[in-house]
Design a binder for this molecule. Structure first.
Ligand SMILES: Nc1ncnc2c1ncn2[C@@H]1O[C@H](COP(=O)(O)OP(=O)(O)OP(=O)(O)O)[C@@H](O)[C@H]1O
Length: 228
């Protein structure tokens, strides 16, 4: 599903590579935590999957496609296969919860009847069925992240990527978000989460990939956070 084959990435103008010698395979349906100190390359790893950047060496394959070789016009189709969630939620402030989630379907051309059916189901999944008409600034941080999650999965992508999804949330709220990611994964979605949240990684005991200075230094089934 997602394969890194001898991947290296050096950003333009930088001497030190952000990633080097990365060899890893993530199978369909896996749940993977990506951990490592600040600057170790976690976001770069995720950006290569999304083709926000291209590898300098080696190849990144998603669903059988070498994403570095995709022509530009195919990149939107790749990104439709990958739901994304970030630390800062990135909701549209002038739109309601329903509209934020619906917008993700409108931009890919889904019909009004599909949207009216699917959005309420997805808001129920994330526990926000009763807050569809709220604006983002009328929600708590945890609720805003649930909206972002609903938006990420409303078109049922096979892959969900989350970069520090609990970075702005208190511990109790973070547990709720991780339980939701776990539930989405149990529905068959491959989930990759970059995080500094050691408590949650230690609680969940899923596969842990650790990066350090751009190198993959640990790949552990049912792993722990494992460094300070
Ligand atoms: N656009 C860029 N241009 C140049 N260098 C970059 C760029 N993005 C990241 N880097 C560098 O690449 C290295 C890896 O950064 P990256 O953001 O992938 O780390 P990270 O593990 O996600 O860090 P954090 O936990 O702080 O988010 C760092 O040295 C960073 O300064």
């Amino acid at each position: 599903m997602i394969t890194f084959d001898q991947v290296a990435k050096t950003y333009p103008g930088q001497r030190r590579p952000a990633l080097s010698h990365i060899d890893v395979t993530i199978d369909p349906g896996e749940f993977v935590f990506l951990v490592g100190p600040s600057g170790s390359g976690k976001s770069t790893f995720l950006r290569l999957i999304l083709r926000e950047h291209r590898a300098t060496r080696g190849s990144v394959t998603v669903n059988g496609h070498d994403v570095g070789r995709l022509p530009g016009w195919r990149v939107p189709r790749l990104r439709r296969q990958i739901g994304t969630v970030f630390q800062d939620f990135r909701l549209l402030p002038g739109k309601t919860v329903h509209e934020n989630v619906a917008f993700a379907l409108q931009v890919i051309g889904k019909s009004g009847s599909h949207i009216r059916r699917t959005v309420p189901q997805t808001l129920e999944l994330v526990g926000l069925g009763d807050k569809a008409d709220r604006l983002p600034d009328e929600l708590s941080g945890g609720e805003q992240q649930r909206v972002a999650l609903a938006r990420a999965v409303v078109n049922a992508p096979p892959i969900l990527i989350a970069d520090e999804p609990t970075g702005n949330l208190d511990p109790a709220t973070s547990v709720g978000i991780m339980k939701l990611l776990d539930r989405i994964n149990k529905g068959g979605t491959t989930v990759v989460v970059a995080t500094h949240d050691s408590t949650i990684v230690d609680q969940m005991r899923r596969r842990v990939i650790e990066l350090n200075a751009g190198e993959l230094v640990r790949d552990q089934a049912q792993g722990v956070y494992g460094y300070r």
